[in-house]
Design a protein around this ligand. Structure first.
Ligand code: URC
Length: 301
């Protein structure tokens, strides 16, 4: 009979977000936690007996419950706590390996109330598309992708259509997070016009987009999108058209009631950050009287 070699199991990529509130100042911990356990696991492989198997689902629940109950001081401290728990509480488990990725967020500086707006550090890509034809016409479209932002409050979603398939509970204080993909078209179209300062325009447009995201008390991501686009068109005279594609990166409050833990939005709430499926909100915002030229599907630009 072939021999079983090294083996391990557990729940990988538990996306856990913990948001603490210090008055109007919020703090985020955002981790991707993978659990791999090993020990006396021959039987489950050879005969299918689960007598020594702590379900991977339980390892997932433990991650969320520990995040709520004990907090996340650091990835290392959290991992030590989890690993010790699995090894000391389960006689069949002799080794626990916890891998953690931590995603860093920095605050969006804005003039609105409160400190609850964040941008994921160091991930966005700046984009440009330049088209010139021999009639002398120019079209410049700039943009960005992978700019991940989050408001940990000031977002609601309610009053929507309900049919027999609607189960979504109305939300009066939810996390609003998205990975901005945006393109904006300049009205510089021929060499007789002064050339925009491309770098300054990019920096300012990005700032307006972030400020509108942070300062809009949002009743829907659609409303936030329009606020971002209209702020750019209003404040940047060199831009006539803006299109955004905004995935709604859902954060679901984890139900910790089965473990006797309350998990309210009010403080230290623990969320499951889902990566799919996601709502996808897309729209163009135009200066009055201008035509739309940016294609519907931004992946084509
Ligand atoms: O901001 C939102 N807009 C929607 O259209 C929508 N639909 C949904 O299920 N959640 C949300 N959130």
């Amino acid at each position: 009979m072939p021999t079983l070699g090294q083996n391990q199991y557990g729940k990988a990529e538990n996306r856990v977000v913990r948001i603490t509130r210090d008055g109007a100042t919020h703090h985020i911990k955002d981790l991707n936690v993978s659990v791999a356990l090993s020990g006396d696991m021959d039987e489950v492989h050879y005969s299918g007996s689960n007598a020594s198997v702590l379900p991977t689902d339980t390892t997932k629940n433990t991650v969320y419950a520990f995040a709520k109950q004990y907090g996340i001081e650091s990835a290392e401290q959290f991992g030590v706590h989890l690993a010790r728990h699995f090894v000391t509480s389960q006689p069949a488990i002799h080794r626990a390996r916890i891998r953690i990725e931590e995603y860093a967020w920095e605050r969006v500086e804005h003039s609105g109330e409160g400190a609850h707006s964040f941008v994921r550090t160091g991930r966005e890509t700046r984009l440009a598309q330049i088209t010139h034809d021999d009639g002398g016409a120019w079209e410049v479209v700039s943009g960005l992708k992978d700019l991940t932002v989050m408001n940990s409050t000031n977002s609601e979603f309610w009053g929507y259509v309900k049919d027999k398939y609607t189960t979504l509970p109305e939300a009066y204080d939810r996390v609003l997070a998205t990975e901005v993909s945006g393109r904006w078209r300049f009205n510089w179209t021929d060499d007789t016009q002064p050339v925009p300062d491309w770098d300054e325009s990019y920096e300012e447009t990005r700032k307006h987009l972030l400020a509108a995201f942070a300062e809009t008390y949002s009743l829907s991501l659609q409303q936030t999108l329009y606020a971002m686009g209209s702020r750019i068109v209003e404040r940047r005279p060199e831009i006539d058209e803006v299109r955004f594609s905004l995935p709604n990166k859902h954060h679901f409050l984890v139900d910790l009631a089965p473990f006797g833990l309350k998990n309210d939005t009010a403080d230290s709430a623990v969320y499951f950050a889902a990566d799919r499926p996601y709502g996808l909100i897309e729209a163009t915002v135009l200066r009055d009287g201008c035509d739309a030229r940016i294609p519907e599907d931004l992946t084509n630009l």
